[in-house]
Design a protein around this ligand. Structure first.
Ligand code: PRT
Ligand code: ZN
Length: 299
């Protein structure tokens, strides 16, 4: 596969980011052919191939220009950036977009029953984590001296094993903490998936496709909550109805054949439309209200 003309995007091989990443690419129109267990997926209808790897390898693959683009969690990216800085190197991957998946937070959690009075209580404590550089940065910024116990997994059981006083780990629903009798006390980093690119300039043809992909990603993100509303209304009720349409720009107003006092309103609402809104629209005089999902949008 020609590296001069085909974009290469790194995606997590198997984990929490895999399905949402592939779903995003699918919504951007990419048809990927991938044999079972194959590391490289071939873009059939775009010059874009997907390399499937462990998420921890993605920042380096992009930094070292093995891949042009990567989809990875901000938590992994930040940890790698701070690690490189600590070694005197500079991270040069560029973040192109913040994406609406992989949401979680890197948090501090203490065993139930422990008193915690703000970050100052961390002083002199042992904190278990798989994110030593991000945690060290957090502590340094607050002038706190604590011991970081770096583990490669199963962080949540470290306090019970007596290896640490508290932990710093990723949380999404909080049920893992709860099951391990730990209480979340501070957020160190809010995280979500990001799209990153190589610092190296791309050949024109690849750059053009990278731009097209970005435009499609923006379109996909925009339409997520968007709805298309159609309704009938008396012309006199238009000001009230326009105020009720959530996040819409100027709607299209079409006269209704045969009844000069009534019009048809079409509008794109960039927010979700709830039942309450429909009920208010009806009260304001609207009828025949239809709400449709928006599949694609190109600004
Ligand atoms: O094999 P590979 O190295 O690629 O995968 P991995 O095991 O390192 O990562 P994976 O698939 O678990 O997570 C990939 C990315 O998903 C992370 O880097 C985050 O950006 C994001 N993410 C979102 C999460 C979570 N939510 C999450 N809840 N990653 C991990 N967790 C873990 C957390 O470590 C804890 O053990 O889930 C547990 C807590 O979940 P709750 O819901 O009980 O709070
Ligand atoms: Zn990983």
């Amino acid at each position: 596969m020609d590296k001069e003309t085909r974009l290469r995007l790194a995606v997590q091989k198997s984990g929490r980011l895999t399905d949402p990443s592939l779903d995003l690419l699918n919504r951007c129109g990419l048809k990927l052919s991938r044999g079972k267990d194959q590391l490289l997926g071939f873009g059939e209808n775009m010059p874009l191939d997907v390399l499937f790897v462990r998420d921890d390898d993605i920042p380096d693959l992009v930094q070292e220009d093995v891949c042009d683009l990567g989809l990875v969690g901000l938590n992994v990216l930040e940890e790698r950036r701070l690690e490189m800085e600590a070694r005197g190197a500079k991270a040069s991957f560029q973040t192109l977009r913040t994406l609406d998946f992989g949401r979680c937070r890197l948090s501090l959690a203490v065993p139930e029953g422990t008193t915690f009075e703000g970050p100052a209580s961390l002083s002199g404590k042992r904190i278990a984590t798989t994110y030593p550089y991000t945690l060290a940065h957090y502590l340094r910024e607050r002038n706190i001296k604590a011991e970081i116990v770096t583990l490669s997994g199963a962080v949540e059981i470290a306090p019970r094993l007596g290896r640490a006083d508290l932990i710093c780990d990723l949380v999404s629903t909080g049920s893992t903490l709860q099951a391990n009798h730990l209480v979340e006390v501070e957020t160190v980093l809010q995280s979500h998936a990001v799209l990153i690119r190589t610092p190296v300039p791309l050949p024109a043809i690849k750059n053009e496709w990278a731009e097209r992909l970005l435009m499609r990603i923006d379109g996909v993100e925009q339409v997520k909550e968007s709805k298309y509303i159609m309704l009938h209304a008396p012309r006199a009720a238009l000001p009230a109805i326009r105020k009720l349409l959530p996040g819409s720009e100027s709607p299209t107003i079409i006269p209704l054949e045969g009844s000069p006092e009534r019009v048809v309103v079409h509008a794109v609402c960039r927010e979700n439309v709830f039942w309450e809104t429909l009920e208010s629209l009806k009260k304001a005089g609207a009828s025949a209200v239809l709400v449709l999902p928006v599949e694609k949008m190109l600004a």
